[in-house]
Design a binder for this molecule. Structure first.
Ligand SMILES: [Zn+2]
Length: 245
């Protein structure tokens, strides 16, 4: 999976916990791989505060999921789960990895959400992307900033947030589902833990409903929504997709 310590990537998805980016943009990542782009995931924490699974088991699951998506690279920064915050030393640690991996496109969790780690992963990623481009910053590697930052919107976002666009992942949904199914400790048995029942099939159904909802907004079977902070540009208005009436 890690083909070289520092492979140059086209796309890097940065999440707080292993499985975050599969759940929010796994279909889009699989699609980028299918199109020949070099794609990686940077997990900030090992998810050690999760109710289920050990960090070792979750690392094995993350590696299997990366393989299922066909990723060129995956690594874990080992920051403390449930305690992410935009600390300067952690921003610099992320900035150093951005300089090494040099992605053109960075995908982050959306900037608002229920889980503080997701929000702070977004802040860390965004601020690190800026810092990584500062020439005088005392960090190894040549300065680099991703050209584009997208924010994955599929879940854990406030109600009513409108996507800037939706990617049609109909052809990549099966691969996305296979990657998510690798996280057995999170979504398969035990059937009851602390009174909470989260069977894998329940998750699959929920994901199919969510991806199906966003898909139908663009006339596709399955879609993954994204936000941007900047306005999107259109090059040819006659090639605009999604029928109006
Ligand atoms: Zn998470």
């Amino acid at each position: 999976m890690n083909k070289g310590r520092n492979p140059k990537l086209d796309v890097l998805a940065l999440g707080a916990h292993p499985d975050d980016m599969e759940l929010t943009c796994g279909g889009t990542l699989a699609q980028c791989v299918r199109r020949g782009y070099r794609v990686g995931i940077l997990d900030l924490t090992r998810g050690e505060m999760g109710t289920r699974g050990t960090p070792e088991l979750r690392a094995r699951e993350a590696a299997a999921a990366a393989k299922a998506l066909g990723l060129h690279h995956r690594e874990n920064l080992g920051l403390p789960d449930a305690h992410l915050e935009p600390r300067l030393d952690w921003k610099l640690a992320v900035a150093a990895r951005l300089r090494a991996l040099r992605p053109r496109l960075l995908i982050l969790p959306y900037w608002q959400g229920r889980h503080p780690d997701h929000v702070n992963a977004c802040r860390l990623g965004q601020q690190a992307a800026y810092l990584a481009g500062l020439e005088k910053l005392d960090l190894p590697g040549a300065p680099h900033r991703p050209f584009k930052i997208l924010y994955a919107l599929l879940f854990d976002v406030p109600r009513g947030v409108q996507p800037a666009f939706i990617v049609d992942i109909s052809a990549d949904y099966a691969r996305r589902a296979r990657a998510i199914a690798c996280y057995r400790s999170q979504f398969a048995g035990p059937r009851l833990q602390r009174g909470v029942h989260i069977p894998l099939t329940g998750l699959e159904e929920r994901m199919a409903v969510l991806c199906g909802y966003y898909g139908q907004l663009i006339g596709a079977r399955y879609g993954e929504p994204f936000a941007t902070r900047e306005t999107m540009q259109v090059d040819d208005i006659l090639k605009l997709r999604v029928r109006s009436i």
